[in-house]
Ligand binder design. Structure first.
Ligand SMILES: *Cc1c(COP(=O)(O)O)cnc(C)c1O
Length: 425
């Protein structure tokens, strides 16, 4: 069966044929490839076509697909039973690993997705402070819980939705949206400020110098809590996350993606004092049948065991070279590319004219909507390189992308850019 046949079959029984909207290709057009397997930096679709993959499950995969050691950890865990509804050693071990790596993180609770992590962190912040309002930033994505589904990046932005139908005005009445990279003035009604310390759902927008420190100071001034949503940056930016990278600590952290080693997971945490507000010790309720799932714990722990500071440093160096060469490769066509990078994180913005790297969602959106990404995406795909099917996602370069893979991507990018530029001329 072809990709088209699978997609048609999917559309009959799954809305839009997908379980997460970005996967549908609706923002780039065409038919999505249906994946049957992945290995390292590559995925293979139902037609047998192999792609060099820069999606990597939107960042869940740091070591590449089906890493043998991670697969082995999952296999061992599965043999011992997949879920019990009782405490297991695996969740304790992974919690200890997170706490050991992130300074100030004393306790974490595991959930099954980044959405749950952010939703629960906000509930905890409200419960602990006795305040209602939450400040989020335009273009930052914190999952699809009602209260945070306003002015989100990623798929929400791609579909051009301000938020979502089905989210009541009441549900977002206490959510205040501010532009990224400008420290908002807070008052004592604010329970928490939630931020992606490096914005990675409006393509990549780095925090301006002083932004995170400014948020920290403003939160302290009014007694609000600062929440880092590190669902992408956690254990991808480096061992200690954004705090280690920027030297500014939040009160609460959200994790997901990398810490599940490719299985469904999320976690939120902070000081033991704050986490003491959670049930069963405190009044803030939060729970999950599959929370701390043994398979996810085993996979996540194996990834963290395998990845050390040297790996992040090496990856950041590789990404730095790749980014510079990618700008050149695309630039040779007459198009202009900006590949903003923060450590191992890299983005991609295209334009017909010179431009500065965006600093907020309005600037990112103007570039994302200029019509260049979709043809470039398809020109890359035809050359066997899979970028994310949307201009608001970043390039997920991971530890499975070696020099040969990055060289291949550069060659494809030069050809793809030339092809796109020729159609504009
Ligand atoms: C992906 C993401 C989420 C949501 O995580 P899910 O596992 O998709 O629910 C939340 N915050 C950020 C920053 C993310 O990138």
């Amino acid at each position: 069966m072809t990709n088209l046949e699978w997609f048609e079959r999917a559309r009959a029984v799954i809305p839009g044929g997908v379980d997460s909207p970005v996967r549908s290709f609706s923002s780039v057009g065409g038919v999505p490839y249906t994946v049957v397997s992945g290995s390292g930096a590559y995925v293979t679709d139902v037609e047998g076509t192999r792609y060099l993959d820069f999606v990597q499950s939107y960042g869940a995969s740091l070591l590449g697909h089906a890493h043998p050691s991670v697969v082995e950890a999952i296999r061992e865990a599965a043999h011992a039973g997949t879920t019990f509804g009782a405490p297991t050693p695996g969740e304790v071990r992974l919690a200890e690993m997170l706490v050991a790596r992130v300074r100030g993180l004393e306790q974490v609770r595991f959930v099954s997705s980044g959405t749950e992590a952010a939703m629960s962190a906000v509930r905890l912040a409200r419960g602990a402070t006795g305040r209602n309002r939450v400040v989020k930033f335009d273009g930052c994505y914190h999952g699809h819980s009602d209260g945070l589904l306003v002015a989100g990046g990623s798929g929400v932005a791609q579909l051009g939705l301000p938020g979502s139908a089905g989210v009541t005005a009441g549900a977002v009445a206490d959510t205040v949206v501010a532009p990224y990279n400008a420290v908002p003035r807070l008052d004592e009604s604010v329970a928490a400020v939630i931020v992606e310390p490096v914005a990675a759902n409006m393509n990549l927008v780095a925090p301006a110098a002083g932004f995170l420190a400014g948020l920290r100071a403003e939160c302290d001034r009014v007694g609000a809590l600062l929440i880092y949503d590190e669902v992408i940056t956690g254990f991808r930016l480096g061992v200690g996350g954004a705090q280690a990278y920027y030297g500014v600590a939040p009160d609460l952290w959200c994790f997901g993606k990398v810490i599940g080693g490719g299985l469904p997971v999320g976690a939120f945490g902070g000081s033991a004092e704050l986490l003491g507000y959670l049930a069963p010790n405190g009044p803030v309720y939060q729970a999950g049948t599959l929370s701390g799932n043994p398979l996810a714990m085993a996979a996540g722990a194996r990834v963290l065991e395998l990845v050390g500071a040297d790996d992040y440093a090496g990856l950041a160096t590789r990404v730095e070279h790749f980014a510079a060469h990618l700008e050149q490769a695309i630039g040779a066509s007459g198009l202009v590319a900006r590949v903003p990078r923060v450590g191992p994180l890299a983005g991609l913005f295209l334009s017909r004219e010179e431009f500065a790297a965006p600093t907020n969602f309005a600037e990112a959106r103007a570039l994302a909507e200029n019509g260049l990404y979709a043809p470039f995406f398809h020109a890359m795909l035809r050359r066997g390189v899979a970028l994310a099917p949307g201009a608001y996602e970043i390039l997920f370069v991971g530890l499975a992308h070696g020099e040969p893979e990055l060289d291949l991507a550069l060659e494809a990018a030069a050809g793809a850019a030339a092809e796109v530029a020729a159609t504009l001329a």
